[in-house]
Design a binder for this molecule. Structure first.
Ligand SMILES: Cc1cc2nc3c(=O)[nH]c(=O)nc-3n(C[C@H](O)[C@H](O)[C@H](O)COP(=O)(O)OP(=O)(O)OC[C@H]3O[C@@H](n4cnc5c(N)ncnc54)[C@H](O)[C@@H]3O)c2cc1C
Length: 426
């Protein structure tokens, strides 16, 4: 039994319908929970969305809560969170907290082929296209909100296995989550938000398609003498892609996507050599800067074939379901859109129907996730191609899209979606 600040008279199906923002006390019986494995950005957001819809949620997350001190240097893992997902963070009640932490708005997004014209979206004086947030800041705010929420139980535990156990409803056998410390948790529905390697996806028997890219992504935190304009951009430069994420306090995150050996060559240099390697790639666009720190990550394209197992009443969301090329900063945004869909659907579900509702919702999400994943994969291949016909084709396409006489605005809007989010073009 738990005590919660509950509902505006909306107890339904003998279960607390609960809005975190309401402050009236009531006592409810805790029902069999929805278990979410992985309390990263997507798992913690899903836990809040389901709890806000009135469901009891248990989250398993083995990593300790991320530390954040404003005076510490920026983390290298930055997410460009798009405007529709900022609205989600507002609904989950953490946006005001995030605005107190380090963040950077961006109003413009631009992309070009080296030497060609910019294809631009947004307006320096227009609405925000999104915000740059450190992953650890975002994750910490979401986890803290989970810990405050009376319908969420946050366990510092690792998922170990899915097991059959007798003693389910009506004396039937049921699946339970077994944690690494040996606890068995029966569940109403199970969501794996446990990242691209996803032990839950394996336990549910859900297959994937995709590939590991031979290229890696190098991230460099740099400091500039002047504030960095609120504009994020990307340049396709032959066999590399160069990108800039604007950050607060004169900082920026510079990104190089290139073949692994090429990036290893840069990483092996001393700090003066690394600075020079970055200047060769970025100085003509941004002028002077000083390297603060650097790191690199492997890249993969992976899509779950079916996101839900009806037999085991479980499915996957976030990177566990779709790991995409980070070229357009869509990774966590796609995961948050899974959460938006769950949030919309869960409001009309109850304990008896939630499993079917989640199944339907994740199947519907699969289409958008597949289109985005394959689209980004295609773009990353197209821009690597040195085939002469392909080079001519993409130059012509860029010039056409960039020109004021460009084709139908919807096409530019569609390209903008791939380039960084859901918004209209200039
Ligand atoms: C270089 C790079 C740059 C990127 N840039 C962007 C960007 O600009 N914008 C963007 O939107 N996305 C970006 N992404 C992608 C983004 O980081 C991921 O999409 C995002 O982290 C996915 O969140 P998630 O919660 O699904 O998974 P994760 O962040 O991987 O979280 C999974 C969680 O599950 C937990 N877990 C794992 N195993 C278990 C277990 N057995 N039991 C319990 N818990 C477990 C982990 O501890 C972790 O907390 C980038 C990715 C890379 C590699």
């Amino acid at each position: 039994m738990i005590v919660i600040n509950a509902a505006n008279g909306s107890l339904r199906h003998n279960r607390a319908r609960y809005r975190f923002s309401n402050r009236i006390l009531t006592v409810v019986q805790r029902t069999k929970p929805i278990v979410i494995v992985g309390g990263g950005m997507v798992g913690a957001a899903a836990a809040l969305a389901l709890a806000e819809s009135g469901f009891s949620v248990d989250v398993l997350e083995p990593q300790p809560e991320a530390e954040y001190q404003p005076e510490e240097p920026y983390d290298l893992r930055i997410s460009a969170v798009t405007a529709d997902n900022i609205a989600l963070l507002e609904r989950l009640g953490i946006w005001e907290d995030l605005l107190q932490a380090r963040h950077q708005v961006f109003h413009e997004l631009a992309v070009k082929e080296q030497g060609g014209p910019w294809l631009e979206f947004g307006d320096a004086n227009g609405p925000a296209l999104g915000y740059m947030l450190e992953n650890r800041v975002l994750q910490r705010a979401l986890q803290q909100q989970c810990r405050r929420h009376p319908l969420v139980r946050f366990h510092n535990e690792r998922f170990a296995a899915l097991e059959h156990q007798s003693g389910g409803d009506n004396g039937t056998t049921e699946f339970v989550v077994r944690t690494a410390s040996g606890t068995a948790i029966p569940y109403r529905a199970l969501l794996g938000a446990d990242g691209a390697q996803s032990p839950v996806r394996h336990a549910l028997g859900l297959g994937t398609s995709g590939r590991t890219y031979r290229e890696h992504c190098l991230l460099a935190l740099v400091k500039m003498p002047q504030p960095v304009p609120a504009r994020t951009w990307q340049i396709f430069a032959g066999d590399e892609v160069h990108a800039l994420l604007p950050l607060a306090e004169h900082h920026a995150c510079l990104i190089v996507y290139a073949a692994e050996p090429q990036l290893n060559g840069i990483k092996r240099l001393d700090s003066a050599g690394q600075q020079k390697a970055l200047e060769q790639r970025f100085a003509s666009e941004i002028g002077e800067f000083k390297l603060v720190k650097m790191g690199s990550f492997p890249l993969r394209h992976q899509q779950v074939l079916t996101p839900w197992s009806g037999q085991r009443a479980g499915g996957v969301i976030g990177d566990a379901a779709h790991a995409v090329h980070p070229l357009a900063g869509q990774g966590v945004n796609l995961g948050f859109r899974d959460v938006q869909a769950i949030f919309s659907a869960a409001g009309s579900a109850n304990d008896e129907t939630i499993s079917d509702v989640l199944a339907r919702t994740l199947m519907q999400r699969k289409l958008e996730n597949n289109v985005m994943g394959h689209g980004l994969d295609g773009i990353s291949r197209l821009f690597r191609s040195e085939h002469r016909g392909m080079v001519r084709l993409r130059r012509a396409a860029f010039a056409l899209l960039a020109s004021s006489r460009g084709p139908i605005p919807a096409l530019r809007g569609w390209v903008g979606t791939f380039a960084g989010g859901r918004f209209t073009s200039k």
